[in-house]
Design a protein around this ligand. Structure first.
Ligand code: GUN
Length: 283
């Protein structure tokens, strides 16, 4: 192993301690920060994610509510609930877990969340503001990836960065944040021809496609930082990322593990966004 491991659990623990202090200060002023989590349907992975989000709130002194709805909830009922949460003063952040069932228009739902409570950073006004530089909230997963790079003082100004994956949740906002930090950014996707030609030139690789071993050692420039956003299962059913960790760890300069890398940071940045929403609401 030549790469330095970027330990998401350790970094998350440090940031969560600060979150807990800020939450306690708000609570002492009579305004415990609150996050509303909304889950529609029975997707097993989503159930695990929302449980972990609610638990993280409890562990760090934030109030949380969890609404669980059956998969046949109507779009108008969901919009009505969001309207209530927008007006609820106990709630500073609203998170609607994605994906939503097919009969619900996700875009319409995300646009219904008040931008000042949009702790996922998915509302068009926050996504648009990310492009011009000053959103109220940054999407949690790429925000966590930036914190991981910052934690090892990885120089991004002038660096070549390759983001693999172009989702609204990770790839696109990740590219914007790297660009803003001064990197030269390429966004690749699952159809990119000769992916290795791009990655071999990169000082930073962020893999976020949900495909095991999409990044192998031969595709990585020695010393590069490799951030693995993937969440897959290997043949033994063990959790693994998009990066061939065993091979890449001997070439990269920095690498994030799965599990224990980006995962804990995503929830941590959700807590940070919720605290910021609560602090702003108090003025
Ligand atoms: N589904 C997968 N990742 C996310 C996320 O960061 N936020 C929400 N709301 N849903 C997701």
């Amino acid at each position: 192993m030549t790469a330095t491991l970027i330990d998401g659990n350790a970094l998350a623990k440090r940031i969560r301690a600060e979150v807990a202090t800020r939450a306690a200060a708000l609570t002492a002023r009579g305004h415990q920060p609150g996050l509303a989590v909304v889950l529609v349907g029975e997707d097993p992975a989503s159930q695990v994610y929302v449980r972990n989000k609610v638990k993280a709130c409890e562990d760090n002194g934030l109030y949380s509510s969890l609404d669980r709805y059956p998969a046949d909830l109507t779009e108008s009922d969901l919009l009505a609930r969001i309207d209530e949460l927008n007006r609820d003063p106990k709630i500073n952040g609203i998170l609607v877990q994605l994906p939503l069932p097919k009969h619900i228009d996700s875009h319409k739902v995300l646009e219904a969340i008040a931008p000042e409570k949009d702790v996922d950073g998915f509302h068009v006004s926050n996504a648009g503001a990310l492009m011009t530089g000053a959103p109220l909230f940054r999407p949690c997963t790429p925000y966590g990836c930036m914190k991981m790079l910052e934690s090892v003082e990885f120089p991004l100004r002038g660096a070549v960065a390759v983001v693999i994956g172009a989702s609204n949740i990770v790839g696109k906002p990740m590219a914007m944040m790297l660009l803003q930090a001064g990197a030269t950014v390429t966004i690749c996707n699952s159809k990119t021809r000769d992916l290795a030609a791009h990655t071999r030139n990169a000082d930073v690789i962020v893999a976020a496609v949900g495909k095991r071993n999409i990044v192998t050692a031969d595709m990585v420039k020695p010393g590069a930082a490799v951030i693995d956003v993937g969440m897959n299962r290997d043949d033994q059913g063990k959790l693994c990322g998009d990066v061939d960790f065993q091979g890449v760890k001997d070439v990269a300069g920095f690498i994030t593990p799965v599990p224990g890398g980006v995962g804990p940071m995503t929830i941590t940045m959700l807590l940070v966004n919720t605290i910021e929403a609560a602090e702003r609401a108090l003025g």
